[in-house]
Design a protein around this ligand. Structure first.
Ligand SMILES: Nc1ncnc2c1ncn2[C@@H]1O[C@H](COP(=O)(O)OP(=O)(O)O)[C@@H](O)[C@H]1O
Ligand SMILES: [Mg+2]
Length: 490
């Protein structure tokens, strides 16, 4: 809404434009509409002679009246009035105004400039019947015809009614505009709220998926310790039995050698042909030479496999071992070794692991929690390398180093992966921030890692990265344990 329109809101517009080539008419209308302010004896006499004052029953309003004697001049007045922000409410227009535009032509131009302008046509002739006026102008609202010679009361009533109509129409329009603005604002608010709601729903769904996965993993984690224990027992007696079999095989081999020598001696000496023949046939059927050659290495392979299973199970037990209520002294190098065994399936196809374990004293910590930090960082490293080598079909390297720096243990886990783009570096520790697809990343790894290292151990978790070359994360934890624990230990 224009400022002008707003300013006019309180303004009662009673501005009238007279367009008539007869100047005498201007004077008449002026007299009728601008009634004398003081009533006296002369007025009363006038009333007696000519009837009551035509304005007596009408609301008292003050008309402002401008005059033009030609249509073009009238149009210019309307333009100027609009420019000043003081439009006319009513134009009283004569029909015949030689040499210029006639009344209808004039009105067409006026309405182009001011469509709301109310028009009162004054005509002495019956040459413009109403139907023709309507047809020529294309509309009939905002228009009345007054026949000359006119009665003062008619002019006065029409001027009051038509200017009032202009004011009412404007008020209605302004209210409508206000209403439309209010509806627009409300609609925009609603749209924004809907959009926010939609984003929140999407975010919530993503978090629910992540949470379900985390709960499932937690359940698997809890089971893992039990399963590791379950597997450990049979693995132990498989190992014991293998040891027994290897020794037994050694014994049996010596017995067989003695038997073979006996057979050969009997063959050379002659006799017992049936028995010797049966022995030879049995040896051939069993492929004794092959068995003697292959049983020992076969047993060795079984022993090797069983020992690897035992290592994995031990790592799983170490890894999943629930922490005691407080921090306890732990061997972080061993924790890293177990974690690397556990995470092997994540990096085996894409990366080799290089370890450089320094001499670390026992670190007072929540060992199983730190193992989880190591796992999260190793899995991230494997993913980052995976992104690169999937393109160039090579292999990357995960470097794990440990060292002591002052009173802190430092663990560095580096990769030759994609690096972390600058624009997301500030967000990677945010819960649920991930650049990975559903099923591969939940965006919780680093946020959990930071909470364990920083909040729980009062250590620090930082990284250095070079996009395209790789990333190294540094974990630093106080060797003496988190400060409160240290006090307890002391
Ligand atoms: N070693 C890394 N190399 C490159 N980007 C990484 C590395 N570690 C983490 N990121 C980035 O940080 C994001 C968040 O990691 P994280 O919290 O572990 O969640 P997730 O692995 O489930 O995506 C990852 O999606 C990835 O974009
Ligand atoms: Mg991760």
């Amino acid at each position: 809404m224009s400022q002008d329109l707003r300013d006019q809101r309180t303004d009662d517009n009673r501005r009238i434009l007279l367009i008539d080539d007869n100047v005498a008419i201007h004077e008449d209308i002026r007299k009728i509409l601008i009634a004398p302010p003081v009533r006296g004896a002369v007025d009363d006499l006038e009333n007696e002679l000519f009837g009551a004052d035509p304005n007596a029953d009408l609301p008292s309003v003050t008309f402002t009246i401008d005059s033009a004697t030609q249509g073009r001049e009238g149009l210019e007045c309307v333009r100027q009035a609009n420019l000043r922000g003081l439009p006319y409410a009513l134009a009283i227009v004569d029909m015949r105004m030689p040499p210029g535009w006639d009344g209808l032509e004039t009105i067409r131009h006026l309405w182009k400039e001011a469509p709301d302008l109310q028009i009162l046509i004054c005509t002495a002739y019956a040459d413009n019947p109403w139907d023709e006026v309507k047809r020529t102008l294309g509309r009939s609202d905002g228009l009345l015809i007054l026949k000359k010679p006119f009665d003062g009361i008619e002019v006065s009533q029409m001027a009051h009614a038509l200017t009032e109509k202009w004011n009412l129409a404007r008020r209605a329009r302004l209210q409508l505009e206000d209403l439309e603005t209010a509806v627009r604002i409300r609609t925009r608010c609603l749209e924004e709220a809907t959009l926010r709601l939609h984003q929140e729903i999407v975010e919530r769904e993503r978090m629910e998926v992540a949470l379900r996965l985390a709960q499932k993993l937690e359940a698997v984690g809890q089971l893992a310790a039990g399963i590791a224990h379950e597997i450990n027992t049979p693995i132990q007696f498989i190992g014991d039995s293998l040891e027994f079999l290897r020794e037994a095989c050694g014994g049996l081999a010596s017995v067989l050698t003695a038997h073979t020598r006996l057979c050969q001696a009997v063959e050379r000496a002659g006799g017992f042909e049936d028995l010797v023949g049966e022995i030879r046939r049995t040896e051939e059927a069993a492929d004794l030479a092959y068995l003697s050659e292959n049983i020992p290495p076969s047993l060795a392979r079984v022993a090797d496999g069983a020992s690897r299973v035992a290592t994995i199970v031990r790592s799983l037990k170490d890894f999943a071992h629930p922490d005691a209520t407080g921090a306890t002294a732990a061997d972080l190098n061993r924790g890293l070794e177990s974690t690397l065994v556990m995470a092997r399936s994540e990096y085996r196809d894409v990366a080799d692991v290089e370890t450089a374990f320094g001499e670390l004293p026992a670190v007072v910590c929540y060992g199983s929690d730190l193992n989880q930090v190591f796992l999260n960082l190793i899995v991230n490293a494997a993913h980052a390398i995976g992104d690169v080598v999937r393109q160039n079909e090579g292999r990357g390297t995960i470097r794990v180093r440990t060292s002591v720096d002052g009173d802190e243990a430092v663990i560095a886990i580096g990769d030759t992966g994609s690096g972390i783009p600058p624009e997301i570096q500030r967000r990677i520790f945010d819960p649920f921030f991930t650049t990975k697809g559903i099923g591969k990343g939940t965006g919780q790894g680093l946020s959990i890692a930071r909470s364990i290292v920083v909040d729980k151990h009062k250590g620090s978790l930082t990284f250095e990265t070079e996009p395209g070359r790789g990333t190294t994360f540094f974990i630093r934890v106080p060797i003496a344990g988190p400060p409160t624990e240290a006090t307890q230990v002391a």
